[in-house]
Ligand binder design. Sequence first.
Ligand code: NAD
Length: 308
Amino acid sequence: APLERLCLHESVGTKIPKAAFVDAFDGLDVRVELVGDEASYASTDAVASFEPRPEFLEAGWVHCIRAGYDAFDTDAYEGAGVPLTNSSGIHGETVGELAVGYMLSLARLLHVYRDHQGEREWHDPAYERPFTLSDERLCVVGLGTIGTAIAERADALGMEVVGVRRSEGSVPSVSRIYDPPALEDAVADARFVALAAPHTPETEGMIDERILDAMRTDAYLINVARGPLVDEAALVEALETDAIAGAALDVFETEPLPPSSPLWDLENVIVTPHRGSATNRYHLDIAELVRENVRRFQAGESLKNRVA
Ligand code: NAD
């Protein structure tokens, strides 16, 4: 049956202004409604949401406004025969730029100067600390939309980029590809290790004590993917014992990061509140993707970014 209604679940408000999101669907040939938890669904409804709800399984198609759809139960969608789509493919620029911003800051100590700025302090760091990114090696783990975007930008800055990828074949800007089982070798010579893989049973805890030990003592870990990819206790230990030089983290095992976390206090750690894709045009990027899938749904074509 063709779609009659596109429901925008209020949980989208976590990431984007709801009214602007509704407006972004101006002119769509199906009714667009903002719905709350009291809503019920039929097969002629599509739902776009940040969070999952069991009721969505009654709809005709469900879109997760995030790239990481680990909160959605894909088996339940497959069991119910309801297509689930996600928002990968649109975070290259936003998350790619954030990762580059982290690297520039970590290399040139912007975060450190900003810390001292609060004290009106003309800070003079140790001579050895600042360095340039050019010729430094970056290892990108996961070469999808975000990973490739990080690699391209790092390459443009003159960095040497290697990557970890499940499938064979070369990737532009990446000089060498490692298999996931060779992660330890892949990180060993890198000044920066950037995580851009999804949270799956295979990637959970992939950055553990063993991998942190394999990293250089002057290396930095960047996580713009998902918190559970990293054994956070092992990371804190590595940071506190100077086993690695620092980290820039947008995602955490528990979010918001609890005030008790030692990560807040470490000078060599940049903490950002899971804002990798947060820009003033996120709602437009998502709407473009959803519009394209509404068109495909109505035309009986296969949906873009189908994950279940
Ligand atoms: P994507 O699907 O385009 O890319 C993910 C890539 O990781 C794919 O190429 C996949 O093959 C690869 N991969 C999967 N398992 C792997 C493994 N074990 N080892 C190496 N590579 C593996 O998705 P994307 O848009 O690039 O997003 C990647 C992840 O980043 C998302 O799943 C999400 O969790 C996270 N993300 C975070 C933010 C943020 O705000 N920080 C924003 C968007 C996405």
